[in-house]
Ligand binder design. Structure first.
Ligand SMILES: Nc1ncnc2c1ncn2[C@@H]1O[C@H](COP(=O)(O)OP(=O)(O)OP(=O)(O)O)[C@@H](O)[C@H]1O
Length: 341
């Protein structure tokens, strides 16, 4: 069984993947992936091209059968109850076809009809979803004339028509300019705040990951890390990233020598005379930090700042995504409680 037990005070799991595996012939596109998304949460499913994200999504929306394991949304199994899944989920694929000679309102009406929303109710619902997604002003525009960012918003409006519990968006931020990414992030937060549960994928680590309650990093079909952005940052590096800023670049060599003497011998110490800075990674505790600082000052080094740098999630992702050396499996990385690699 997956570790899906509900901790006291936490929201109920709405999406549950348990040991999900999908093979295409010899290729294992998804390998025993287990994770849960609770009600109102945003989960970012992040992985490079070919990681298995779309495969996981297609199983969830009932378009693919898993080789083994299960996927459930609310009370419905994604294979056995595919019809119910369609009502529970709003799905926006990474590419949606072109609809020539259709205005936005006609396009939404077309999909509303496909969801069998009665005509009268449909008209009001189209107004509502355009309001939610900030697309009312596009109502009379032809769909093919929309910019990519506008089209993405209409794509989201379309997924909301039947008021699903769960929204699954494949690469919603792909190809958007920085401003449109900010707007997309705000829209996703607004949808989660309105009670929707969201799963969004990305092949890069965009700003989207910052708004996710949980991030799942998937590499070559395996779940390599799962947790909050902070938890994943801590998983990747037990070592703290520290920077000593000096008054002058001329003292970087002397400072680096003192630091090398005081920290673990296998730690990398990077001197940057142009920035008048020395950076290093260490497992030392605070008390030992103060000792380094004391020694630097005692040696006449003018230290203007001595601080710990944040572990960047981008660094974490890159370290997970490194291709394994020949004959090795993926690098072993601890995974947060609640997930099984
Ligand atoms: N129908 C299929 N038949 C055979 N192999 C497939 C099929 N669909 C996907 N694959 C392979 O399975 C692996 C996972 O593909 P998937 O599309 O799920 O990855 P992804 O993470 O969504 O990638 P991207 O970011 O490029 O969309 C890839 O190696 C892909 O080539």
């Amino acid at each position: 069984m997956a570790n899906t037990t509900q901790a006291p005070g936490t929201a109920a799991p709405v999406v549950v993947l348990d040991g999900l595996t999908k093979k295409y012939g010899e290729l294992t596109a998804l390998d025993n992936v287990s994770l849960t998304i609770s009600s109102g949460q945003i989960l970012g499913l992040i992985g490079p091209n070919g990681a298995g994200k779309t495969t996981a999504i297609k199983i969830l929306v009932g378009l693919l059968r898993p080789t083994s394991g299960t996927a459930r949304i609310a009370d419905a199994d994604c294979v056995a109850n595919a019809r119910r899944i369609k009502h529970l989920v709003g799905y926006m694929p990474d590419k949606f076809g072109s609809y020539d000679n259709m205005r936005v309102r006609e396009y939404l009406d077309f999909f509303g009809a496909a969801f069998a929303i009665p005509r009268k109710r449909r008209r009001a619902r189209i107004e509502e979803v355009m309001e939610i997604t900030g697309t009312t002003y596009m109502r009379d525009r032809y769909v093919e004339s929309l910019s990519h960012g506008m089209a993405q918003r209409i794509g989201i409006a379309r997924t909301l028509l039947h008021d699903p519990k769960v929204l699954i968006f494949d690469e919603p931020a792909n190809g958007l300019d920085p401003q449109a990414r900010v707007e997309m992030r705000e829209l996703l937060l607004q949808l989660a705040a309105s009670g929707k549960t969201l799963l969004v994928t990305s092949h890069i680590l965009p700003e989207l990951s910052r708004i996710c309650d949980r991030v799942a990093i998937i590499i070559r079909g395996k779940l390599r890390a799962y947790g909050t952005v902070d938890e994943i940052g801590r998983q990747v590096s037990q070592r703290r990233n520290v920077e000593a800023q000096l008054a002058s670049g001329e003292q970087t060599r002397a400072a680096a020598e003192i630091i090398r003497r005081l920290i673990e011998s296998d730690s990398e110490v990077v001197e940057s005379p142009t920035e008048a800075a020395v950076r290093f990674r260490t497992e030392l505790r605070d008390v030992e930090f103060s000792n380094i600082l004391k020694e630097l000052i005692g040696a006449g080094i003018e230290v203007t700042q001595f601080r710990e740098l944040q572990t960047d999630l981008e660094d974490a992702f890159m370290s997970f995504a490194q291709p394994p050396a020949d004959g090795e499996d993926s690098p072993p990385v601890p995974v947060a409680a609640g997930a099984r690699p």
